[in-house]
Design a protein around this ligand. Structure first.
Ligand code: BG6
Length: 550
């Protein structure tokens, strides 16, 4: 999830802490507890200090998503922004409601908004309440009391806001302290440096970085270096909210907790894989961000490549912080580079034109008029990727994502090959569909005989698992899971530095070719299935995109 870049980072205002929630075990002053990149992980990672104090649970090495039970301070930079109000606040409320936040945990929003705690609570109450009035009123009031606001001018000359934050955090140095940067990537380095200079980075601190991390390999490296100068890699949580989605986690369970799939999970049995993230929304009000991102940086470099990794990775030896990420990096490193003239053959980009009652990308409401950059940015991307290893040789992975599609649909489709020897006419190959949206579930299309005497008539029928129906419980939002993982210190579902950089390494030549080309993205009317080129990308090998509802 991204947020629109802001014109300046923040405007200063000192907000006096209002007392809020008091800690049960306040401890002494900070006393030089900041971390430097040169310290070995064992000295800087928070589990050492926690185990020694006996106050905190150890970092979760199991990858099973432990619930954090100790009090923490969660500091959200960009705390009044779109991501925070739409996703983080509702997710934290649900965690609180489920009893997964310690009583004393505080949520401190940082922004240039110049709000008091009371103002911020009022804003959240008015704009971000996830349940209607009358439902859980007491719980909602309890949740609001966790909220604080501090105005900080990151990147500016006025450091008084950091003083206000220091006072709010004073006495709570032994708590887990999470800095969540829900802000544009160019703020990550300055934020970490200033937090460090203000003496706020403790051994118990972690930092969460929202995607996209940079805009190419070089900028991603620079940001990683800047953040890495203050935080140890084990303290850095690079978030991709797709990894917190139930179906995505279930993909790992499906593949590695069931025996039947593994023998057929390879090029002998699988014809191709399709990964689709189609959205009906456009980009109203987001041009400032989207003009400089486009579908490739906004969705493919992160969400779609992460999904590809989970489909293609080898079975990890353990479900722990490094084993899964090690396997994902190997997939990214095995992606066949798409360079030069191949970019035209294996990729398609489009931009939505006006549709029925819907403006074109260029006519979307925005604070600034469209520019040449706006005309060139893609709101749709499709790519034919290949994983060059023994398991996947010759199996295309088709990726596509677009705004203003006819329906909201995110899914992974694993298309199996025909049976080796057909004895029934009319049989079609099996297909496994992992649906992330609109309703999370898994569907395996099998051939079955239609009931009746006479000729054998075949029909593909889905063997379906709907999470909502099967488990009869609310499917949590991806951010709930990921926020709890950060508070518990479990990085398994977060991207490691080498993963992010390997993804950029593969994306960079495509971006360079697109940006260097005189051709504009192919237009498609809003509300339609994308540019014709995307259909041709598959048609060339006699394949079609999966468009069925299940
Ligand atoms: C974000 C992108 O990361 O993911 C948005 O920045 C996109 O452009 C969003 O709309 C989609 O997330 P989800 O969970 O709604 O599929």
């Amino acid at each position: 999830m991204s947020v629109s870049p802001r014109n300046s980072l923040s405007a200063p205002e000192i907000v006096a802490p209002d007392g809020g929630l008091a800690p049960s075990t306040p401890s002494g002053p900070l006393g030089g507890a900041t971390t430097t990149a040169s310290q070995p992980a064992s000295e800087t990672a928070s589990e050492t200090a926690r185990t020694a104090s006996g106050t905190f649970s150890a970092v979760d090495e199991t990858g099973t998503g432990a619930t954090p039970r100790h009090a923490a301070d969660l500091i959200v930079f960009g705390g009044t922004g779109d991501l925070s109000m739409r996703k983080l606040i509702p997710a934290l409320y649900h965690c609180d409601r489920d009893g997964r936040l310690a009583d004393e945990t505080r949520i401190i929003a940082m922004s240039r908004g110049g709000l008091t705690d009371a103002d911020f609570r009022g804003k959240v109450d008015a704009e971000a309440r996830p349940v209607p009035e009358g439902e859980d009123d007491e719980g909602w009031q309890r949740f609001l009391r966790r909220l604080h606001h501090v105005s900080v001018d990151v990147g500016g000359s006025d450091r008084s806001g950091w003083g206000a934050l220091s006072r709010l955090l004073a006495g709570y140095e032994d708590r887990d302290r999470v800095f969540y940067l829900a802000s544009p990537p160019m703020t990550f380095g300055p934020f970490c440096r200033e937090a460090h200079e203000a003496g706020l980075v403790t051994p118990h601190s972690r930092v969460v970085l929202e995607k996209p991390l940079g805009r190419d390999l070089a900028s991603a490296r620079a940001i990683n270096d800047e953040v890495g100068a203050i935080f140890d890699e084990r303290q850095i949580f690079r978030i991709d909210h797709y990894l917190g989605k139930e179906t995505v986690q279930n993909l790992l369970v499906l593949r590695f907790a069931n025996a039947f799939l593994e023998p057929v999970w390879n090029s002998l049995w699988i014809d191709h894989v399709q990964i689709t993230v189609a959205e009906t929304v456009g980009t109203p009000g987001r041009r400032g961000y989207y003009d400089h991102a486009g579908a490739l940086r906004d969705m493919v470099q992160n969400h779609l490549l992460q999904l590809l990794c989970l489909v293609a990775m080898e079975p990890p030896s353990r479900n722990d912080r490094e084993s899964i990420r090690d396997e994902k990096v190997k997939v990214l490193q095995s992606l066949r580079p798409i360079v030069g003239s191949e970019v035209d053959r294996f990729t398609v980009r489009g931009q939505y034109a006006a549709g029925d009652d819907v403006p074109s990308y260029l006519d979307e409401p925005a604070s600034t008029p469209p520019t040449e950059i706006s005309r060139r940015v893609e709101t749709y991307a499709a790519i034919r990727a290949e994983v060059k290893n023994w398991r996947w040789a010759g199996v295309p992975f088709y990726l596509r994502t677009g705004k203003r599609m006819p329906s909201r649909r995110s899914e992974i489709v694993v298309q199996f090959k025909d049976v080796p020897h057909a004895i029934f006419p009319g049989a079609t190959p099996n297909r496994l569909v992992l649906r992330l949206q609109p309703s999370e579930g898994i569907h395996l299309l099998l051939m079955a005989k239609e009931p009746g005497a006479g000729e054998v008539a075949l029909r593909p029928v889905p063997l379906s698992l709907s999470f909502a129906e099967t488990f009869q419980s609310r499917v949590p939002d991806a951010y709930e899971r990921l926020l709890m993982d950060v508070l518990a210190g479990n990085p398994t579902l977060f991207m490691r530095r080498d993963e992010v950089e390997a993804a950029w390494r593969w994306i960079d030549p495509i971006i360079e070719t697109w940006e260097g080309s005189e051709a504009l993205p192919e237009p498609y009317p809003a509300g339609t299935a994308g540019p014709a080129g995307a259909r041709e990308l598959l048609a060339r090998s006699g394949r079609t995109w999966h468009e069925e509802d299940l």
